[in-house]
Design a binder for this molecule. Structure first.
Ligand code: BES
Ligand code: MN
Ligand code: ZN
Length: 492
């Protein structure tokens, strides 16, 4: 998709988006041809249309025998806009334009921009590419066609800032769409080995380093928690290690990103219901977020050092699968009583985290996982649950979230609840039962990060949409890519 600044109004425009605040006069919008202004004035008067926030209205216009679609988009009070509100408005317009069959959209912003020029370009490009995304490779006939170009009709003194923003936004969005593709692929296509292959391809394309460990190496490393979860599957587990060294300072620290990579989660012997299982091909959304983040930071050439770790496996049933009641010794040496084979994500994560700390000496740990139904119950599908042992790191994440619009909410890492995951016969139990499930899952993981500053992102509710809304279409959202990229930029 082409996204650019329009230097002079085009002769014919297929779809025109006019964004305007509640107050003020749209006649002053530069570049907007008079016949469109006049038509808008009529519609605004006749239909008593106001430009209140999210108020959208579209109508066709014929001029010199050519048809053009006009979309009016209410901005409300422009000073009340923040990055996410602006992104959402763009998304509404592009979704409308797509519905109208638009191939080329001309955006006329007629309001004072409260986010700065770089961010304006960034958010526009992000919204366009994220909203236009579709996973249609398995459709014999694609549903509708795609957006080919977005032109921003804006008279700015220097185009440099907007253009830099557009480039940045494109990197954020394309990395997110890459993650979406990985998550949307079903489990017969993406399994541990093919996920590792996809990560290798990305490493080559975007220019970061990668190493993949197979089953034998994992046995030698004593990653028995990961191996236990993977035992029931014909597909052997993989440990995927990605590295980006953007800071040449020999004393520079490395940040560890750990993504949950269950390419399928049947629940194991604590088997899920068909309803609960159908989307479990997406249980590697955390892993996809990490791979997508690597694509972004390598393209942006961020001056940080990052290690990405994905423990990829499948949670299945077979004569070889792990049982409830099993006691396993994780790579760290801590033993775990398996109360529930469906609480598998945390078992895979702790071996990955221990590896990152003990073998690769990461100084901070950020894990991201579709970990608990309890996080969905608590916060729904628009807010992710976050636990931490370091409030400064959380503040940075909050800043990143404020920009990317991926909402976070802190749950308490409440020490007394450690009680719930204490076992009589092992160091820990892998499930604390139905109470405070998102918290006990986080506390379980915290037992393996020691003193390292740590952020835990439970994206179980955020990874998928069953209905298009804003920048997200049906299916994977790619949540986490933009958030982690922005966070790492703040840590540069
Ligand atoms: N992958 C699931 C969590 C999940 C649920 C993700 C719904 C997305 C949507 C995870 O492995 C799981 O099964 N968690 C259990 C934990 C329980 C057994 C302690 C859960 O949440 O029910
Ligand atoms: Mn599970
Ligand atoms: Zn799972």
């Amino acid at each position: 998709m082409k996204i650019d600044l329009l230097r002079k109004p085009a002769e014919h425009m297929d779809t025109v988006v006019i964004m305007h605040g509640e107050k003020g006069d749209f006649h002053s919008i530069e570049y907007l041809p008079d016949h469109i202004k006049n038509a808008v004035a009529v519609v605004v008067k006749q239909d008593e249309y106001d430009f209140s926030y999210q108020n959208l209205k579209s109508f066709p216009l014929v001029h010199s025998r050519q048809r053009c679609n006009i979309i009016l988009c209410g901005v409300g009070n422009p000073h009340g806009l923040d990055p996410e509100k602006l992104r959402h408005l763009f998304a509404l317009c592009f979704r409308d334009a797509l519905k109208l069959g638009a191939r080329e959209v001309f955006v006329f912003p007629g309001f004072s921009n409260p986010v700065g020029e770089v961010n304006f370009g960034h958010i526009l490009a992000e919204a366009a590419l994220l909203t236009a995304y579709r996973f249609d490779k398995y459709l014999s006939e694609p549903h509708g066609h795609s957006l080919e170009a977005v032109h921003l009709a804006l008279n700015v003194k220097t185009t440099r800032h907007i253009n830099r923003g557009i480039l940045e936004g494109r990197i954020y969005a394309e990395s997110t769409n890459f993650a979406r593709d990985l998550v949307n692929e079903p489990a017969n296509v993406i399994y541990p080995e093919s996920l590792a292959e996809a990560a290798k391809k990305a490493a080559l394309q975007f220019g970061f380093s990668i190493e993949v460990f197979g089953q034998d190496k994992l046995k030698r490393l004593k990653m028995d928690a990961l191996l236990a979860v993977g035992k029931g599957s014909e597909q052997e587990p993989r440990l995927i290690l990605m590295s980006w060294k953007g800071n040449p300072d020999p004393k520079a620290k490395t940040i560890g990103l750990v993504g949950k990579g269950l390419t399928y989660d049947s629940g194991g012997y604590c088997i899920k219901t068909p309803q609960g299982m159908v989307n479990m091909k997406n249980d590697m959304a955390g892993a996809a977020a990490v791979i997508g983040t690597f694509a972004a930071i390598a393209t942006l050439k961020l001056k940080v050092n990052v290690l990405g770790v994905i423990a990829a496996c499948e949670n299945m049933i077979s004569g070889a699968a792990y049982h409830t009641g099993d006691i396993i010794r994780s790579m760290s040496g801590k033993t775990i009583e398996v109360i529930n084979t469906d609480a598998e994500g945390r078992l895979t994560l702790i071996d990955a985290i221990h590896y990152a700390i003990a073998r690769e000496r990461v100084s901070k740990v950020i894990d991201i996982a579709t970990l608990t139904g309890a996080a969905v119950g608590a916060l729904g599908n628009q807010i992710m649950a976050v636990l931490t042992n370091n409030e400064q790191l959380l503040e940075k994440l909050q800043l990143a979230s404020d920009f990317t619009g991926e909402k976070i909410w802190q749950l308490p890492a409440f020490d007394p609840y450690l009680e719930l995951i204490k076992s009589e016969i092992a160091d820990l139990k892998n499930s604390g039962g139905p109470m405070a499930g998102a918290i006990t899952a986080g506390l379980f993981i915290r037992e393996f990060v020691g003193e390292k500053p740590w952020l835990h992102l439970d994206i179980a509710g955020m990874a998928l949409k069953d209905k298009a809304r804003g920048i997200n279409g049906y299916g994977a959202t790619g949540v986490g890519v933009r958030l982690l990229t922005q966070l790492l930029r703040e840590m540069e």
